[in-house]
Design a binder for this molecule. Sequence first.
Ligand code: NAP
Ligand code: MG
Length: 482
Amino acid sequence: MSRPEWVRERVYVGGSWVVPRGAIYEVENPATEQTTGTVRTATSADAADAVEAARRARAGWGSTTPQYRSGVLRDLSTALRERTELLVDTLVAEVGTPVELARSSHLGQALAVVDSYAELLETFAFEERVQHTRVLREPAGVVAAITPWNYPLYLLMAKVAPALAAGCPVVAKPAELTPLSAFVVADAFEAIGLPPGVFNLVPGSGSEVGELLATHPGVDVVSFTGSIGVGRRVASVASATVKRVCLELGGKSASVVLPDADVEQAVSATVANVMVNSGQTCAAWTRLLVPRSELDAALATAAAVAHNHVVGDPREGGTDLGPVISAAQRNSVLTYIGGALAEGATLVCGGVERPEGLATGHYVRPTVMTVLSPTDRIAQEEVFGPVLVVLPYADVDEAISLANATSYGLAGAVWSADDMHAFAVARQLRTGRVDVNGAAWNPVAPFGGYKQSGNGRELGRWGIDEFLEVKAVQLPAANGAQ
Ligand code: NAP
Ligand code: MG
């Protein structure tokens, strides 16, 4: 299946569709391994044009009222909703994510974020007084939004919505592998009549377009989501211009099943969490920590639940896991699994063979394993595939120290018969988010990493802060005093 919206010869810069100077990029559907769309890519010169367009838009957009920007975000939400079927088809085609997940999570969460910023703007305090000082929160300037391929629409909106809410124009550089959904966002902005230059889209390679944005003196904030390696590079090349760099990086999060928890419920939920989006979720609970006395029961449940996950065509309703994004990603995941087995790990479910009946597509079996040591590579590094490592612990202190014993700190879970006992353990985890007993996602709660999972916080009022500068205006007592 292909759609006319998946053939793009122009990029969106300064409110116009312009022909960029780069080559044609063929977007692969990871389920069929066929080209599903084509994009003419931007070069560094096109990206520089986009930065200039954003700079021209900066003062005008920055001086709009919060109420006006709230209205724009509401219009954007409506325009995206009108494109629901196109967006769902696009996300299934470019990511390989199952159609129901594309609708509920990729699109649903993107819309929830846009709506949340429309609402936040109705009450957000852009100004406050501290004694005789007026503290102003002002737009930080031009924002470069550099995003990965795993949730391309949601992760883009998690930057664009708060940046626009703050009064900042944006230059967006989506992942090369998944540019198509970002074009639908540009269509939506065009349809609602967003002022020229407030949203610019320059698809292209990270090494060229991404790096131009990170180094350009006209970019005030780089908001980057992606891998640790590229995050380090972005921060390092951005440092020459001392711009703000917000990093949202990877994770190796732990799901801690406390001794009083319902093991079956906790293990089932953890396996399901890891398999979402074929394991390509930064916050996935990829390490399951269980009391040693419960290890056998946990492995039995994990194997049964993983085995029940249906791998297959993402367009079909009953599919739980589509393919992973690319041949390279599949090889990387299989190398992790094979390497772990060579190091002495034991397979509980899954493995390196192709799932049955799926000769084409970058499919990986839902895999659960135990390892000889929690310091083994597969228990430490982000695999970014449908792979769960189960680790036994002796007591709660050991569970906490194991949970904290990676260089990441993005997310986690705690399971207990007593919510407040779980909360006490959650306090001791060095991680940016913890879900207690499967609590629901909250679009206005902060999201971001401790340690090498990054230095930023997205969503809610924390997300808008990334795009605001703070100015203190001291007034003489007569005018400044309360
Ligand atoms: P990636 O390779 O780091 O790429 C992320 C983005 O950076 C892409 O747009 C990429 O462009 C671009 N890029 C590459 N080299 C660059 C450079 N030198 N300068 C500027 N930009 C550059 O990450 P990925 O493989 O797409 O995504 C997976 C990673 O993202 C995982 O580690 C995952 O945990 C992390 N992630 C984190 C969060 C979070 O919120 N913390 C959310 C989702 C994913 P190209 O596509 O052209 O290479
Ligand atoms: Mg990459």
